[in-house]
Design a protein around this ligand. Structure first.
Ligand SMILES: [Fe+2]
Length: 246
C-alpha cells in the first residue's frame, strides 16, 4: 500500500512534457498480445503516467505481424475491454482507443483486402522491416491508397537503410504517405544515427506525426527524463505536429 501511495504521488509530480502532443497515436498498451505491456495493471499505470504528462487521448497500436503477432479485432477486443474497465474502476478519465501497427509484408498484402483498423478516419499505421527495404513497398503503399486508406509510416528515422538518401523520404511523402517519428528518437534512445535522422526530418518539415511507441518501463523512464531536457522540449513544442487533429 505504501508503494502504491508513493507511486501515485510520483505520477502527480510528472511534468506535462507531452502536452504538445495531445493525442498519442502509437503505443503498445494492450496486455500480453505483442512485445508491449504484459499486464493490465502496467497498462493502466502507463496510461495514468501519460495522462499526468499532458496526453489527452490515447490510440494504442498493437503489432499486427502475422508470423509473430497474428492480431485482429477478435484478439484485441478482450484485452482492450480489460484495460478500459480497469481505467473506469480507477476513475481515470481519458479517451482510450485501439487501432494497430501493421507490419508490411506479403501477408499484409492479403490482409489489406479486408477492412483495416484505422487510427482515425482512413489513417493506417504501418511499419516495415528494420533489415532491408521491402522491394514492394511503393506498390503496397499504392494499393493501400487505392483501397481508400492513407498510410502513416511508423518511425521512418529508425530504418537505417533509408538514411543514405533524403529523397526517399520526400518520395514517400509525395506518394501520399505520412511520416510518424518516435518521441524517443530525439533523445538518442535508439542511437545517434536515428537521433540525427529524426532531427533532419523535422528540420526539413517532412514529419507529420509523433508517437511514444511506448512498450515497457525503460521507455517510460526515458520519456519521463525528457522533462529535464529543455532544449528538446522547445524543439518539439514549436513543431506543428498533426497529432492534435486526431
Ligand atoms: Fe510500435
Amino acid at each position: 500500500m505504501l508503494f502504491f501511495r508513493n507511486r501515485h504521488k510520483d505520477d502527480n509530480q510528472l511534468a506535462p512534457v507531452l502536452a504538445f502532443m495531445e493525442t498519442d497515436i502509437h503505443s503498445h498498451l494492450l496486455p500480453a498480445i505483442d512485445d508491449g505491456v504484459q499486464e493490465t495493471a502496467t497498462a493502466v499505470h502507463f496510461i495514468e503516467q501519460l495522462h499526468a504528462m499532458g496526453i489527452k487521448k490515447i490510440i494504442t497500436t498493437p503489432h499486427v505481424m502475422m508470423d509473430r503477432y497474428p492480431n485482429s479485432v477478435q484478439t484485441l477486443t478482450g484485452p482492450y475491454e480489460q484495460v478500459s474497465e480497469a481505467l473506469t474502476a480507477k476513475n481515470i478519465s481519458i479517451p482510450f482507443q485501439f487501432a494497430a501497427e501493421y507490419y508490411m509484408d506479403e501477408q499484409f498484402e492479403a490482409l489489406m483486402q479486408h477492412p483495416l483498423l484505422t487510427l482515425t478516419g482512413n489513417l493506417v499505421l504501418v511499419e516495415i522491416s528494420f533489415m532491408a527495404a521491402p522491394p514492394q513497398l511503393h506498390q503496397w503503399l499504392f494499393e493501400l491508397q487505392a483501397g481508400g486508406y492513407q498510410p502513416v509510416l511508423a518511425h521512418p528515422e529508425r530504418y537505417a537503410y533509408l538514411h543514405a538518401d533524403m529523397d526517399t523520404y520526400k518520395q514517400l511523402k509525395s506518394q501520399g504517405c505520412l511520416l510518424q517519428v518516435n518521441l524517443l528518437s530525439f533523445t538518442g534512445y535508439y542511437g545517434k544515427h536515428v537521433q540525427h535522422m529524426a532531427e533532419k526530418l523535422l528540420d526539413a518539415q517532412l514529419v507529420d506525426l509523433i508517437g511514444t511507441d511506448l512498450h515497457h518501463e525503460k521507455h517510460m523512464q526515458a520519456i519521463i527524463a525528457i522533462g529535464k531536457n529543455k532544449k528538446l522540449r522547445n524543439l518539439l513544442e514549436k513543431y506543428p505536429f498533426q497529432n492534435r487533429q486526431l
